[in-house]
Design a protein around this ligand. Sequence first.
Ligand code: BGC
Length: 720
Amino acid sequence: MRRYKKLNLFSFRIYIDIFAPITLLLFLFVGIGLTAAESPNRQHDRLWMNTSLTPERRADLLLRAMTLDEKITMVHGVDPRPIHGYVGYVPGNARLSIPVLRLADGRAGVGNGAKDVTLLPAPIAAAASWDTTLLHAFGEVLGNEEWGKGTNVSLAPSIDVVRVPEWGRTFESYGEDPYFNGQMAIAEIQGIQSQGPIANANMYLTMNQENNRFKEDSVVDRRTLHEIYLPPFEAAVEEGHVGTVMCAYVETNGTYSCENPYLLTGLLKKYLNFQGWVMSDWGATHSTVASANAGLDQEMPGAKYYGEPLKTAIENGQVSRPTLDEHVRRILVTMFRFGLFDKQPAGSWDAYVRTSAHAAFSLRAAEEGTVLLKNADNLLPLPVNASIAVIGAAGGTKPKASGGGSSGMVAPYVIAPADGIRKRIGGRAQVSYADGSDLAKAVAVAKAAKVAIVFVNTDDSEGRDRPNLELPNNQNELVQDVAAANPNTIVVLNTGGAVLMPWIEKIRGLVEAWYPGQEDGTAIAAILYGDVNPSGKLPLTFPRNATEIPTGTVEQWPGAHGISSYSEKLDVGYRWYDAHRVQPLFPFGYGLSYTTFKLSGLQVTPTSTSGAGLDKNVRASLKVMNTGKRAGAEVIQVYIEQPEKNGEPPRQLRGFTKVDLEAGQTKSVRLTLNRRSFSIYDPELHQWKVPSGRYRIMVGTSSRELPLQSDVEVVDNEIP
Ligand code: BGC
């Protein structure tokens, strides 16, 4: 102790004697330097910190005070991983009071290895609820935990339309319909942004496959681009007011997304009037000059193109100073708009952010998103006194609660289905388990029980598409053998999207539970035993076989010579099945309940209108009755069939609403259609139009169950 003190004293003396004068000189130099650098700023006196000014005014004031280097710092990330845990990081600027940007992944909760967070169901599961209120709450939980972790830019949601059923990231998205994805995006974005973080709509655009994703060129016509792939982003921008957009890895029509002037400046910033900023996906920037001039505002995660090379390009005039200012200004305006200069997340990456309320929400979302697909002879819901054989890795030893890749998570816990079922039964019947690796053992276990529940799964992840739609490993065999051994076999799917089910006729019950999050076992038990009446609907078509799918040729997927040909054009998802009169196994919008519903009394007004009259909207009203014996919820879906000459797919979703009904209860439902509901995109005119003709309004409970129909005549409207 003493020695230590002495030493300290000694060193201090040396410091005073020798270093003090040097330090003093240093201070003087730095002081002069700082004053010089700050001099343009002085007269502003940080006026941008005045919260009564508009975000735009504040950004302009700040921009004027920034040096070239300070601007460059804003337009790229620095690799934060070794220090902070975040996946993206832009340092702050103390001189100008610019806060740090901390970006984190997570589409089903905070990702990037964060601990003590809530694992929500995969977004495809949440979307299968067809409930925008639930998606808003989903965004709130995610946004709240991100903010609690210190994140101020949350890299969610992922909103691309699912074009290829094998797409490895299907589970991160909402499904195959542009309008539907747009509605889900609006809700989730608003939910996230209500909690503090800026949301991020990704991945822009035509990001529809993982195979060859760093090089693949999506070749797509403009009408399809506008009608199928752009609408979710349009909704995210116009109604979701999303603060950031992430450009994708792939190319669209020969140019990488992140240096594509048509996509970034033409469509996103001009046509959609997006006011926020565009960041590249991680490593999706491929150039300096082309990207900067095309409209990419920020390179992520590093400085390869937007660090020194951008400074050089500015100095030699290849990128103009106003162009750089525009990029920086978008970032600053958004940061001001979201109040980041005025309030920062208090928490840090190590914060404990999960709560019991969030766990309860995770459970509810998993329950609401579960889709009942088959229920022969009303085998479900199960009685608690029936002995159960739980079969399959996903049912016990390896629950499949989440997908992989950048939205992979560290789950605080996952309730395995076998445990959830055991807990629900509470000792009133026997529950046995076999993981399915040994077929003979699985069969024996199945035989000994009254009911066999087989859990099968796919291992979907970013970075790879599924090779095909078959269940991997020996799972088809497992289901077949179990079904042969036990007449009461139920299959639970833990998949990121559609799979083929050659054994469908052999089983009596089928449930799609997706990747259900941490409450996996509790949620599935609540469904199987009828504590929760299933009300989810498929946001994707499940095909009957491998050949009858919209992207069945190699040229379409995974592509030939680096090109994926979007030759199916508008016929994406159910649109293709309808256009080609192919019967899917389970259609888009399909899902059963433990009760029954009846729709009646459709009234559409007006039944005839001019194009201009469409601005006053068309209303469809009907009655829905719960004709069964238990409370439940039904999703009312409205599709429009266009006049044949318009060259559109047979029917397209244009509205939906979820209605809760007590047993025997009837409710009136009203849905509104607007001009856009009737419009088609004219690539020559570069705008939407509503050709005159007879439009059929079709209302029902799936894309193939549309019992109520009525026409609307649009007159005198050849010119939009
Ligand atoms: C993914 C993005 C993700 C980013 C950062 C990329 O590989 O495509 O969705 O946000 O990594 O982890």
